[in-house]
Write a protein that binds this ligand. Structure first.
Ligand code: PLP
Length: 388
């Protein structure tokens, strides 16, 4: 077994060796610019890009022409929200989202707020679930967009996007959903979800970093966006810049693998995840599951260990790579905005660990993690009992 054990697959994933193999020729022999229409170098890479575009479209039930390649989900979320707001400015200025969204959604909304848009942040219940009825009640004549992620990257909670999307459709409001964590784990289909805009990224599904996509509905209704990157008019004018061909090829391959293994992989991950939770709750007092007990990603376990400081716990387990609820993306020790949005008791905000299992997590990794966590929590609790 290799240590440290990687239990942080919501932050990023290793690139699948099959994906690397598919990408390699596009760094060397097949280096052409797909926008070069006059020669073979361009034709070859254009064909590879279009094949990947079809893979992306197929997994969500979209048409390839509805897929715009971007640098990842951060850019896709920015393009979806700011691009739509910019285009629909004459129509309305009200946008509805949720406090538990990814920062790239919340901060895009915050930017718009500075420019005269009105953002409404819907509350969730203690499990992070948004009530579709609350979405309905928030819709006003000036509402142009609802943005709700399908699965949360910290607590794994899965929203009823189909119901939310149906509500939006009924009221003529567009729906954007970030599916970065859900793709390859649970079924995601633009028709079933009534989604008009959908963000993804390759590096959460064993593809390379720096490549992602935005689905932009082209019919009933046709969505238009104000580009956030101007230039040569690539990607139907929605995102200029020479395409990242090796990245796009890797993204397509990663999606094909994800699609073919989804059922078996999700079942295996859920069993490993449940094994961890059952061991923690059997062997330790005062452990609390954050997020929804049932409606959650198969690979996510977010747990608060009562009376234990999460940073101290992590420091005690250097051979396990996990993330804490209070050390967020930029390393500041504020409690996570997601856990805060659930309005949990203060102790639970500062004592949480997020375990993210993945394709390469072994049963040995799981057993090792269980032993280390149980031992470290017990040691820290004994220590604080002695010193208090
Ligand atoms: C990782 C992640 C992002 C950001 O994706 P990048 O490709 O790293 O920009 C956005 N949303 C969710 C839900 C994520 O998990």
């Amino acid at each position: 077994m290799k240590t440290p054990v990687y239990m942080d697959n919501h932050a990023t994933t290793p690139v699948d060796p099959e994906v690397v193999q598919a990408m390699l020729p596009y760094f060397t022999e097949q280096f052409g610019n797909p926008a070069s229409r006059q020669h073979r170098f361009g034709w070859v890479t254009e064909e590879a890009v279009e094949q990947s575009r079809t893979s992306v479209a197929d997994i969500i039930g979209a048409d390839p022409a509805e897929i715009v390649f971007t640098s990842g989900a951060t850019e896709s979320n920015n393009l979806a929200i700011k691009g739509l707001a910019g285009f629909l400015k004459p129509k309305g200025n009200h946008i509805v989202t949720v406090g538990t969204e990814h920062k790239s959604v919340l901060d895009s909304c915050k930017r718009l707020e500075q420019n005269g848009y009105v953002i409404e942040y819907l509350p969730t219940d203690e499990f992070g679930v948004v009530d579709p009825e609350a979405v309905k009640r928030s819709i006003k004549p000036s509402t142009i967009l609802v943005s709700v992620m399908i699965a949360n990257n910290e607590i794994g909670t899965i929203q009823d996007i189909a119901a939310i999307g149906g509500m939006c459709r009924e009221h003529g409001v567009l729906l954007h959903t970030d599916v970065s964590q859900a793709i390859g784990k649970i079924p995601v289909h633009v028709g079933v979800l009534h989604a008009d805009l959908m963000s993804f990224t390759a590096h959460k599904i064993y593809g390379p970093k720096g490549i992602g996509a935005l689905y932009v509905r082209r019919s009933s209704p046709r969505i238009r966006l104000l580009p956030q990157m101007d230039g040569g008019g690539h990607e139907g004018g929605m995102r200029s810049g020479t395409l990242n061909v090796p990245g796009i090829v890797g993204f397509g391959k990663a999606l094909e693998i994800a699609r073919s293994r989804m059922a078996s992989e999700s079942a295996r991950l859920a069993a490993q995840r449940d094994r961890m939770w059952n061991a923690f709750s059997a062997r330790l007092d005062e452990v609390f599951l954050n997020g929804h007990p049932v409606r959650r990603l198969p690979n996510n376990l977010n747990v608060s260990f009562g009376h234990v400081d999460d940073s101290a716990l992590m420091m005690n387990m250097k051979d396990i790579a996990v993330s804490t609820g209070s050390a967020c993306s930029t390393g500041n020790p504020e409690p996570s905005h997601v856990l805060r949005a659930l309005r949990l008791p203060a102790d639970r905000l500062h004592s949480s660990l997020r375990f993210g299992l993945g394709r390469f997590t072994t049963d040995e990794d799981v057993e090792f993690t269980i032993e280390r966590v149980v031992e470290s929590v017990k040691r820290l609790r004994e220590y604080s009992a002695v010193t208090h």
